[in-house]
Design a protein around this ligand. Sequence first.
Ligand code: 5GP
Ligand code: ZN
Length: 117
Amino acid sequence: MSDNCIFCKIVAGQIPSRKVHEDEHVYAFHDIAPWAPVHFLITPKLHIASMAQVGHEHAALMGHMMTLVPGLALQAGCKPYPEGGYRIVLNTGAEGGQEVHHLHMHVMGGPRPWLKG
Ligand code: 5GP
Ligand code: ZN
């Protein structure tokens, strides 16, 4: 856990969130300010600041996060591919639009138009 990291606090249950999924390595929760009818975040429990800090030692963790998406997206209300589907976004750094510096994948879906994206 990193001091003053909002997502570490969410993972630890110190800040409330609407849980989508939890296992040993990952916590997923609904975004507080959704851009789309379905918008949740998948974050590792381990504090990794961004995609820029990801290395080969994180291959299994990153694979785990990605492979959770199809099931969680359907559970969260995305319609099946190809009519439905979703967008996965991983903002990295200031120019990448990252605001919270604890790695997280956005999963967005549902009927358009969306607020953004
Ligand atoms: P970023 O811009 O870093 O890729 O995305 C951060 C996301 O975290 C934003 O979409 C924002 O709405 C969401 N967020 C920020 N603070 C909280 C919070 O306290 N709870 C939840 N559920 N989402 C948050
Ligand atoms: Zn953190």
